[in-house]
Design a protein around this ligand. Sequence first.
Ligand code: SF4
Length: 403
Amino acid sequence: MTEPAAPGATAAAPAGTPLLEARELTKHFVVHHKGRNRRTEARRARRVPSDHHAGEEQPAEPGLPPAPPEDQRERPVVHAVEQVSVSLPAGGITAVVGESGSGKSTLARLLARLIVPTSGQILLDGHAVPASSRGRRGYARDVQLVLQDPFSSLNPIHDVYYHLSRPLLVHHMARRGPELDQAIASLLQRVALTPPDQFMHKYPHELSGGQRQRVAIARALAVRPRVLLADEPVSMLDVSIRLGVLNLLAGLRADDKLSILYITHDIASARYLADSIMVMYAGQVVENGPAATVTDEPAHPYTTLLLSAAPDPDRAAPPALAGRGAPPSLVTPPSGCRFHPRCPHAMAVCAHRTPPAFEVTAGHQSACWLHTGGLSAAESHPLAGRADGLVPSPSAPAPGKEP
Ligand code: SF4
C-alpha cells in the first residue's frame, strides 16, 4: 500500500495520529562469507579452460559445481527484525525491552533511517517520508538518535562547543558569533550542564560518562527534534548517575513534549520511565501494553523471565527463570514460537506454529498460545523434551506468576 507523501515536515495530521509509526518493519541482513567466496572464486578462475570465451556457459568441473548467477545465489540472512509495528504518540515514552540480540537496536536504526528496511513502512505524522533530499533532511531533524556509548559517540579531538555547533550550523539553526554561543549555552542548560561556560570548551576525556551522555543528548536536541530515539542511553553509565539521565529524559518529555523511544535491556528502568512497554525476543514483538500492566501482570513467559532477572532487594529466593538457555541464532531461528526452546510452558503447538498477538486485556497483547482456548489436546500437550525441570507440574503457574 502506498501512502501519500508528506508535503512537508509541518503538515497537519488528523487527531489521534501517532507522531511516529512503524508498520510491520522487517530487516534481514545478508550474511557474506567474503574470504571463503574469494577462495572459491579463485579456484573457479584457475579451472576455467584457457580457450573459454567470455559470455560462454562454463562446464561443470569435477568436484566443483558451476557458479550460479550472482542474483540466484541463496545467501543466509540474519532475521534481525520481523514484522514489528510500533507507534509513538506525541509526548509519550515507549520502552523497547529485550536481551542483546533481540533486535531493539536494529529497530532504532530503522526508525532513524540509518538502515533501509527489507519491508514495512515508517510514517511521520501519518505520512510516508518523502524520498526527496529535503524530505529526508526534515525527517533527520525531527527524529534524532542518541547512541548507547557516550565514549565513542563524541569525537575526542573536538570540544563540546564544536560538537554542539555542528548541528546548529548544518541545519541553519544559528549563525556564528554571539547567536551560536547563546544557543550552545542554552543547550547545555537544558541538559543540566551548568554553568555552561565551564563545559563549553571541555574535551570528551575531561567529562564523566554521565556528562558525556548529556552532551550527546544536547547535540540531539540542537535541531529541536520531536522524537528522540534513545538506544540504551544509560547502560554504559555508572549506576549512581543513571537516574539523573533518566530524569533528564522524563523532563524533556514533560517540558518539550518530546516523544521518546527508550531502548533498554533493563525492564525496571522501563517501568520507571515509560508509559508503555514493548518486549522483543529474537527480532519479534512478544508482548506490548501499558508499562504498569506489563510489569505487574506479565502475560508472556519471556517477560516473566526478564522480570525475574531484574534486581529486586525484596526477593529472598534466586530468580525463578534465570539461566534458562540463551537467545537463539537469528540466522536459523527456531520454528514456531521462537522462545519455545527456553519456555517452561512450551506445548506441542509452540514448536511449529507462530503465535499471533492475542489481546489479553484492552491495550495489552501477548504473542503466546497460552492465551487461546482453541487448542486441541495434542496441540496443548507439553512439548517433548521439555524436561530437565522445565516440565510444569499439574498446577503449573500461569505466566506472570513466579513458580
Ligand atoms: Fe511460546 Fe508456547 Fe511458551 Fe507461549 S507457551 S511463550 S507460545 S513456547
